[in-house]
Design a protein around this ligand. Structure first.
Ligand code: FEO
Ligand code: CA
Ligand code: CA
Ligand code: CA
Length: 618
């Protein structure tokens, strides 16, 4: 979503904190060396470990920043469209109508809007891409309405159908992946699709509604942002800004602290859902909003299966869900809550996974934790239990933000995606930015001092924090951490806003968001930031995708997106010769005609990037 990052940076920089953090790093690095890890030396700014003899990991020429209305990839690479908003998944659907943006009926049969996180699944014969459709761009979805707002019930239902998940079978034609219409696995999941409630909050009084008095089944999933995949082959889709769909018809309705903490107000963000379906009216159905904000599990190979809201993984503005299995088989899920001053979470299953296609109750029975980062580069996972929070277990899962506040977790600079290194227990989380850092408390009243992994006041640019579980065990309750990179603009600023050593005028960016590792252990970084290319952001151009080397800290720009877009969503085909990347909301703030050119309406899309020599792209 647009994040309202401010344009200038005249306030305090928190530079002292940055220096302190840099100095503190020496202990972390010393420990790393003594443990026999790669030989680190301090970068000049002190943030980033440098390998003494890094292997060449970049086999492309970096792409310069630009403000073009197209995708730019390195020489020797090609991009192609795989699926666009409005592309029919069945031949019974209608061709995309750029004038009207379609109807509810056409949208239910077509690829959704604003594609975000995604994952690719293959069973050996079929390849399927599961793609989140986070929200809708009203300016294009309602391009036929003068106010760019829904006017009819069909308009609202069209918006509901533009949300959710698009599951599409893809196939190779002339060596390129294309969307295949009419395939049996093609499926649309929307804001109206029935889904089962599972885990500790199932049946709880706070989830009961007139339509579902036993709190067992919800209609729909909303604002599906990042994603994940389980070892048993299912897709995880994560509900983020669900608050924006709820409204109150009663001006005297009192919005309690629980709703306020999650950003629910008496007015929605212009979607008008409550006009078509009164469950979005909090004055009439105050519990409906408690049924959103979860991680939802979907079996992409069973189009008849009912999605499941896994309440054990907590309720907050979920970004992605990075799933790993520890040495003893416990399923561990790392998750960010993207709000200024909210928290980083971990879930550890009670049971263990020993292979196969059935996850059983592994995502229903387990402990939720929130991260506490210490200034000395150590950290602790705080278990959120009735003992530590004075809340019942179901309450912890429904009002997880309150539980983490009570346990004393560290307020973070908007945690976006978490990515796990494929070869070792090492995690990375994009902290996208936080204009309130050092200025005010979070929505729960927890302080947000510039400190620890959030070292800069009025953090315009964001950073990537990295941590290593003690003993290499994802279920361990302690870890050590450092900052992989601190974004900034060294062409405009000196000091903290210039960023860490591995940021220079040729690779600078702002607002890291999507993260993912490739098969070679390289970290891909996608941005959702200010693309004005002016003032604090001069020289950064459009939103982009970079790739970093975890060992050396080197970062190179691989892709620049079209105007007004965010780059979000990343996965590969089985042999890593195609990289799928999401181009979300081109034209959101800047004029765009991507991808069809001319005077066409901009359309979010998934693109495939390949190397012209057929070699791997990751
Ligand atoms: Fe949907 Fe925080 O990004
Ligand atoms: Ca987004
Ligand atoms: Ca995001
Ligand atoms: Ca973002």
């Amino acid at each position: 979503m647009p994040d309202g990052t401010r344009q200038t940076a005249d306030g305090p920089t928190g530079f002292d904190h940055v220096l302190q953090c840099a100095l503190a790093r020496r202990q972390f690095l010393g420990a790393a060396v003594s443990m026999g890890a790669a030989a680190f030396v301090l970068g000049v700014g002190g943030f980033v470990p440098r390998a003494r003899a890094a292997a060449p990991v970049f086999d492309f020429s970096p792409v310069p920043a630009n403000s073009l209305d197209t995708v730019t990839v390195p020489a020797g690479y090609t991009w192609r469209i795989v699926a666009r908003w409005g592309d029919p998944l069945w031949s019974s659907g209608q061709a995309f109508d750029p004038e009207s943006g379609g109807t509810a009926k056409s949208q239910r049969l077509a690829f959704g809007d604003n594609n975000d996180g995604m994952a690719l699944f293959s069973d050996g014969t079929r390849t399927v891409l599961a793609v989140n459709n986070e929200y809708v761009n009203r300016a294009t979805l309602f391009g036929n309405r003068p106010e760019a707002r829904p006017e009819t019930e069909d308009d609202i239902r069209k918006a509901m159908a533009g949300h959710g998940i698009s599951i599409v079978q893809i196939g190779e034609k002339s060596g390129h992946w294309i969307l295949e219409r009419d395939q049996p696995l093609n499926r649309r999941i929307t804001a109206e699709t029935p889904m089962r409630i599972a885990g500790p909050a199932r049946g709880h009084a706070w989830l009961r509604t007139a339509a579902d008095p036993n709190a067992e089944q919800v209609l729909g999933t909303l604002n599906n942002c990042g994603a994940g995949r389980t070892p048993w082959g299912t897709y995880l889709t994560c509900e983020e800004n669900f608050n924006g769909y709820f409204t109150s018809s009663d001006p005297d309705f009192v919005i309690d602290d629980a709703k306020k903490r999650y950003g629910i107000r008496d007015r929605d963000w212009g979607y008008g859902f409550a006009r078509a379906d009164e469950r979005f009216d909090i004055a009439k159905h105050p519990n409906e909003a408690n049924r959103f904000g979860y991680v939802v599990e979907i079996d992409p190979f069973d189009p008849e299966s009912m999605p499941v809201k896994r309440t054990a993984l907590g309720r907050f503005k979920h970004e992605n869900a990075e799933v790993v299995v520890n040495g003893s088989g416990r399923v561990v899920v790392y998750m960010g809550d993207d709000e200024r001053g909210e928290f980083l979470y971990r879930y550890v299953s009670n049971g263990t996974y020993s292979g196969g296609r059935d996850g059983g109750d592994l995502l229903d029975n387990g402990t939720l934790y929130a991260a506490k980062f210490n200034e000395d580069l150590t950290g602790t996972w705080l278990a959120l239990t009735p003992e530590t929070t004075a809340m019942a277990d179901a309450e912890i899962r429904i009002l997880s933000r309150f539980a983490a506040s009570r346990a004393g977790a560290t307020t973070m600079d908007r945690p976006e995606w978490v990515a796990a290194h494929p070869d070792k227990a090492e995690l990375y989380c994009a902290l996208t930015n936080n204009r309130d850092r050092g200025k005010k408390a979070n929505a729960g009243g927890d302080a947000m001092p510039a400190s620890g992994p959030n070292p800069r006041a009025e953090n315009l640019y964001g950073q990537v924090v990295r941590w290593r579980p003690d003993g290499g065990d994802h279920a361990a309750d302690t870890f050590t951490w450092d900052l992989f990179c601190v974004a900034g603009n060294p062409a405009v600023h000196k000091g903290a806003y210039s960023g860490s050593d591995n940021i220079d005028p040729d690779n600078m960016f702002n607002a890291p968001d999507g993260l993912g590792f490739d098969s070679r252990g390289r970290l891909w970084i996608q941005t959702d930031g200010n693309d004005s290319n002016r003032k604090d952001f001069a020289g950064m151009g459009n939103n982009q995708m970079l790739v970093g080397d975890p060992l050396s800290g080197d970062i190179r720009r691989f892709m620049v997106g079209p105007r007004g877009c965010e780059i979000t969503g990343l996965c590969w085909d089985a042999d890593y010769t195609t990289m799928f990347v999401g181009i979300q909301h081109p034209g959101e703030k800047r004029s765009s005609h991507f991808p069809d050119g001319g005077d066409s309406v901009p359309r979010s899309c998934v693109i495939a990037v390949t190397r012209d020599d057929g070699a791997t792209v990751g």
